[in-house]
Write a protein that binds this ligand. Structure first.
Ligand code: GLN
Length: 233
């Protein structure tokens, strides 16, 4: 009977380990650019949601099969995904990095011949890595989450990995002993977008776009990115 009771409620999925976009803080709360964005947008636009952190692959599937309403998970807007999802206004520019351990002797992609490359199931970076596999002759091993994948490279099990530039940059800044090989030349540049199942949840998509435009215009979005990336971003 109150206006609050009639606020729409949605289920949103996210990638549990994708700092600085979504990750757990010391107290196990989910934080990050995406979490702050969703909170600010929902508050402005008058909707509530349950956030469900999981693997990226599951997060994407739950939305494509209609078990969740939306996904905010560092999800790259790609032509293939546009067949399955409707994307909101892009919020963050990215590109694919290839990454080795700090003290690795690997100098170029050709040095990966016969070696193992760690990839994350269902991601744009893994598609990019796969596309180079036959040319450079490496083997691939799949992981469900970025932290475990990084660790496999850091301990020397896998020789390299592919991951989105802002995510690996943040990890290195926070002590991960890995090195980016193509910092000036990211592969497959693109943008992240909030997404819903194609043709569904039009009200949620519209509310997200309206709220996002507002938090960009009033400086809230800049404050959020500065909080996680520093003022220079
Ligand atoms: N940006 C990549 C993709 O969309 C990775 C997303 C992720 O791992 N959360 O596939």
């Amino acid at each position: 009977s109150t206006s609050q009771a009639s606020e729409p409620h949605y289920t949103i999925t996210t990638d549990a380990t994708y700092a600085p976009f979504t990750f757990q803080d010391k107290n196990n709360n989910y934080v990050g650019i995406e979490q702050d964005m969703m909170q600010a947008i929902a508050k402005r636009e008058g909707f509530t949601y349950t956030m469900k952190p999981m693997s990226f692959n599951s997060a994407a599937q739950l939305v494509s099969n209609g078990q969740a309403d939306g996904i905010i998970a560092g999800m790259s807007i790609t032509p293939e995904r546009k067949e399955v999802y409707d994307f909101a206004t892009p919020y963050y520019k990215t590109g694919v990095a290839w990454i080795v351990k700090n003290n690795s002797t690997i100098k170029q992609l050709a040095d990966l011949k016969g070696k193992t490359v760690a990839l994350k199931t269902g991601t744009a970076a893994s598609e990019y890595g796969k596309s180079l596999q036959s040319k450079y002759g490496f083997n691939v091993k799949y992981f469900n989450d970025t932290d475990t994948m990084y660790n496999d490279v850091a301990v020397g099990n896998s020789a390299a990995t592919f991951e989105d530039m802002p995510v690996i940059q943040y990890a290195i800044k926070n002590g991960m002993k890995l090195k980016i090989m193509n910092a000036d030349n990211p592969g497959n540049a693109g943008w992240y977008g909030f997404a819903v199942q194609k043709g569904k949840n039009k009200a949620l998509l519209a509310a997200f776009n309206k709220g996002f435009a507002a938090i960009k215009a009033d400086g809230t979005y800049n404050k959020i990115t500065a909080k996680y990336l520093g003022a220079s971003q």
